[in-house]
Ligand binder design. Structure first.
Ligand code: NAD
Length: 280
């Protein structure tokens, strides 16, 4: 495997599982040292479990088994002080953060009139404010070193809309706005900032009982096999129910590459064609 990221340090938020774990391993396989954080706690506002401390430790062990260093810290991206402390520690222990993947996020479904404040605050806090705190924490060091590759995780819901998803849709449209604002601000410093817009990805955010019930309210105990045909038919253009996290990591690696120095402020869909019908 090419060691194209040797000598670089990559931060991945929400690195305990799912896409974040996949991104961390993809960078480690290609020579980068890794910093991961995750809140490792469930939220009362959400109806599916988030990652655990054991998940975070497992990602760290997987990175280390590849021969790379891994700083893993329990931290909530919505906590500004925690993110600043994480980056300071990473820069002290590993020297720098050269690549930052602002991946941590949550989802929740509610009609507007039934929305409780908690869900809105949770989704905006983790998905938008959390990305802001991540960028705010890493950019001073990147500016000082004159180098940085930042990738934010939006969603296909960051370019379109769906009923009962006002908080998620707002947060992910916001991530694209934040990405473009950061790209404009940081371009003179040699720092690129791009966003990815995944479709349905095979992670616990989608693959959980609560989500299965929402997609198949007609069944008493729906499972993934009941939901997959619905997702394949309704969301993606290509007949693919869920894209593997490793396919998302391929695009993250591309955007973080040295050779992608000319790409900034852009949104890259990984959505089996979902965006083709509704965006330029
Ligand atoms: P996931 O639930 O498996 O992983 C998300 C991780 O983020 C979990 O480990 C969770 O504990 C962590 N996390 C959540 N809030 C956090 C916070 N405030 N601080 C620190 N860690 C936090 O889901 P995933 O699919 O891997 O999600 C990764 C990103 O991709 C999210 O931003 C999500 O919105 C986005 N996304 C997912 C899909 C999908 O279909 N799975 C589609 C489009 C976009």
């Amino acid at each position: 495997m090419s060691q194209e990221f040797q000598g670089r340090v990559a931060l991945v938020t929400g690195g305990a599982r799912g896409q974040g774990r996949s991104h961390a391993l993809a960078f480690a396989e290609r020579g980068a040292d890794i910093v991961i954080c995750d809140r490792c706690a469930d939220s009362d506002a959400l109806d599916y479990p988030l990652a655990s401390e054991a998940d975070l430790a497992q990602t760290a062990a997987m990175v280390e088994s590849l021969g790379r260093r891994c700083l893993s810290v329990r931290a909530d991206t919505a906590d500004k002080a925690a993110m600043r402390a994480l980056v300071q520690r990473a820069e002290e222990e590993l020297g720098s953060i050269d690549i930052a993947v602002a991946n941590a996020g949550v989802t929740g479904i509610s009609m507007l009139g039934e929305h409780n404040g908690e869900l809105w605050d949770e989704v905006i806090g983790s998905n938008l404010t959390g990305v802001f705190h991540t960028l705010a924490a890493v950019t001073p060091g990147m500016i000082a070193r004159g180098y940085g590759r930042i990738i934010t995780t939006s969603s296909m819901m960051g370019r379109t809309a769906s009923p009962a998803m006002s908080a998620y849709v707002s947060s992910k449209w916001g991530v694209i706005g934040l990405t473009k604002a950061a790209a404009v601000e940081l371009a003179p410093h040699g720092i690129t900032v791009n966003s990815i817009a995944p479709g349905n990805i095979a992670t616990p955010m989608v693959m959980n009982d609560s989500m299965y019930r929402k997609f198949r309210p007609d069944l008493e105990n729906p499972a993934w096999d009941d939901v997959a045909p619905v997702l394949a038919a309704k969301t993606h253009l290509l007949p693919i129910a869920a894209i593997e996290p490793e396919q998302v990591s391929r695009v993250v690696l591309f955007l973080a590459a040295e050779a992608s120095a000319h790409l900034t402020g852009m949104v890259f869909p990984i959505d089996a064609g979902a965006g083709a019908a509704n965006s330029a």
